[in-house]
Design a protein around this ligand. Sequence first.
Ligand SMILES: Cc1cc2nc3c(=O)[nH]c(=O)nc-3n(C[C@H](O)[C@H](O)[C@H](O)COP(=O)(O)OP(=O)(O)OC[C@H]3O[C@@H](n4cnc5c(N)ncnc54)[C@H](O)[C@@H]3O)c2cc1C
Length: 248
Amino acid sequence: MKTEIVNGIKRITCQILIVGGGPAGGMAAKWCAKGGLDTLLIEKKAEIGAPLRCAEGVSKSWLDEVGITPDPTWIRGDMKGAILKSPDRTTFQLDESKAGAEVGYVLERHLFDKALVRDGIAAGAKVMMRTSATDVIRDKDGKLIGVKAIEYGEPIEIYCDCIVGADGYESQVGRWAGIDTKLKLNDIDSCIQYRMVNADVAPDYCEFIIGSEAPGGYIWIFPKGNGVANVGIGVIGTEAKKKPGLAK
Ligand SMILES: Cc1cc2nc3c(=O)[nH]c(=O)nc-3n(C[C@H](O)[C@H](O)[C@H](O)COP(=O)(O)OP(=O)(O)OC[C@H]3O[C@@H](n4cnc5c(N)ncnc54)[C@H](O)[C@@H]3O)c2cc1C
């Protein structure tokens, strides 16, 4: 990674620039650096993994598939399976193999995200926090050659061979690069989640409730041990529009 001042602006040059320090960015940083590429990850926030925007459930087979070794430091609960409640409250209990992508472990997600970025750093990637990409840079032929960013309030430019837009659901990098990233309202669920204490929940089952309380989505209760649970609801945008205040 080369850093210089050009026309009064800090200019960084690297091979791979990853925008975003979530799980996608952390994994990309690790594998690019392991492959010997000069890799820089930028993250706009001051802390990796915070604030939490996740129910923290993850399937063990998915971790295995992407080569992540389970680590007790970021695991809060080892699930036996899922409890599904249908609209008439018929209850099914499924073992973990049939319970879906969000059942396996309940994570301490901020520690999980930090561990992935730390793996990237250990592999040789550089990380810059409080550095927010604000636009792409193109050469005179329109080819993408970098991004403009703000680092601790100061404008900088980062030139690279490849940009990885790992900036999550709010991704702008893809849009700036000319990719149609628009989603329809009925492809988006609006969610709210609380971390609850003294929750009377099954300690090793993730619970999903489907029905009119959560049109087009579901309610989830993911236990984190000692009566602590992530309790949330997701409602599909089009239904929420039709039924402000939700259905009875
Ligand atoms: C309510 C809710 C519950 C969920 N529950 C689960 C669950 O139980 N299990 C599960 O597997 N998934 C769950 N998800 C989805 C999961 O959180 C996402 O799929 C996952 O976080 C995506 O990872 P990512 O690395 O692509 O993006 P993110 O985790 O969103 O990371 C993107 C990063 O990019 C940074 N960034 C954005 N813009 C810029 C910029 N311009 N410059 C620099 N940095 C930038 C952000 O600050 C962020 O750190 C849930 C999501 C929500 C909203």
